[in-house]
Design a protein around this ligand. Structure first.
Ligand code: MN
Length: 432
């Protein structure tokens, strides 16, 4: 029972009351416009309300670069406080009811207490993320030269054991998936044997896959480069696909939008993975140069629209087994993470609704008729539709804030946490 919500219902009602009349007028106007295009606005509200985007626990801490991190007052110091911040995002935006935990950063003695704490805040748990990209205190073997692909079987065994532990904790939290991203690779030509390293990865992942509980999926997250700067073992979607295929039907590929070469056509990768039955889910973010982990839609909102265009297309075609998991994966270096997460979840919703507006019959006809401009125009028409009233009405109906960012700023939440969270953080705040 969600009985410990951080923002009071009275405050929310007050905030919404000031905006509701204008929202209803805007909604009616947009509804009439969309009706002329054959779309029912109430249906869009229902659809967006059904969209769920998980928040990573590390996303509510201030991120940083390899140069510096600039913490803000009132940052969460523990997983319990991180969940409180996640609850604010969910309470106001109503798009993010689950949290994706990370081990060992979120390790606690009493896992059941953590689950109860989340439930009291109106939150559940999404995919568990393992970490074999850094060494932990007291760890037997170092991951300096790799984890699941390390040349030493003892290191690989330790990394496998950690992933199995993540599954065990995830089961008690109510998770249904394990996401594995490894930092393994090399910094020098010749340092690592490409084929042997990948063989070791598949063998180690087989051990993890074999222990997946019923109903669980295993997500393989590829990444082009970094922290390894010459080669990465699971560098691209093709490698990821082959590994997922070798592991079995419950292994699927996870697409982090920032984990590709800058010129790669990500929406086409998405389409391919859908076609091959291996699209597991997403880590949403945006980027200009590399894995920048900027806010979703901040740099190129058309790109996320094009990704959702593929997702909505797959759904419309009722592709067998199509059930991608959505999560934000960002590093908030210069913003209040709560604000970034609120806006990013809305960016995902916006792209989804706009993609729903694409006239798929007309698009198919334009493709068959070799009408490039006509096809592109159908996408542009959908992408430039201001669907904000749909998002706002969806939030209002779900008990959230019509304008979640404004409500958050008016709530004084961060100032309150700055007063209460005064001691030094015990854990790592965000990704650096
Ligand atoms: Mn990611």
């Amino acid at each position: 029972m969600a009985d410990r919500l951080p923002i009071s219902a009275e405050f929310l009602a007050e905030q919404n009351a000031a905006l509701e009349a204008h929202l209803r007028a805007d909604f009616e106007h947009l509804g009439a416009q969309l009706e002329r295009r054959g779309a029912a606005i109430d249906r869009l509200v229902d659809r967006v309300r059904g969209l769920r985007v998980a928040i990573p626990t590390w996303g509510v801490g201030t991120g940083g670069t390899r140069f510096a991190r600039f913490p803000i007052p009132g940052e969460p110091r523990s997983i319990f406080e991180k969940l409180e911040d996640c609850a604010v995002v969910q309470q106001l935006g109503r798009a993010t009811p689950t949290v994706s935990p990370h081990l060992p950063w979120d390790r606690v003695d009493d896992v059941d207490a953590l689950r109860r704490h989340a439930a009291a805040l109106g939150l559940g748990f999404d995919a568990v993320n393992s970490n074999t990209f850094q060494d932990q205190q007291g760890q037997g073997h170092s991951y300096k030269y790799g984890s699941l692909t390390h040349v030493d079987p003892a290191v690989r065994a330790q990394a496998v054991a950690h992933n199995l532990d993540c599954i065990a904790v995830g089961e008690r939290l109510g998770s249904k998936a394990l996401t594995v991203w490894i930092a393994d690779g090399s910094n020098f030509p010749g340092q690592q044997h490409f084929a042997r390293a990948l063989d070791r990865y598949v063998d180690a992942m087989r051990e993890i896959y074999a222990k997946l509980p019923d109903g669980w999926r295993l997500f393989l997250e590829h990444k082009l480069y970094e922290p390894a700067l010459y080669s990465t073992v699971v560098a691209d979607w093709g490698t990821s696909y082959v590994c997922a295929e070798r592991l079995g039907p419950r292994a699927q590929c996870l697409v982090d939008l920032g984990h590709h070469a800058p010129t790669v056509n990500v929406e086409q990768i998405v389409a391919r993975l859908i076609q091959f039955g291996k699209l597991g889910g997403f880590h949403f973010n945006d980027s200009k140069y590399g894995d920048d982990d900027l806010d979703t839609g901040a740099v190129d909102p058309f790109r996320i629209f094009l990704v959702f265009n593929e997702l909505v297309d797959a759904e419309a075609r009722e592709v067998d087994g199509f059930d991608p998991a959505y999560m934000l994966d960002q590093s908030h270096n210069v913003t209040d993470p709560i604000e970034s997460l609120i806006e990013s979840a809305a960016a995902v919703q916006r792209a989804f609704v706009q993609a729903l507006l694409v006239d798929r019959d007309a698009l198919g006809a334009a493709q068959e008729a070799n009408d490039p401009l006509g096809a592109a125009q159908l996408l542009r028409e959908a992408a430039r539709t201001d669907v904000e009233p749909v998002l706002r009405m969806s939030r209002l109906g779900a008990g959230g804030a019509i304008d979640p960012l404004a409500a958050y700023r008016a709530s004084g939440y961060r100032a309150r946490t700055a007063e209460t969270r005064t001691a030094e953080p015990t854990g790592r705040p965000g990704i650096v």
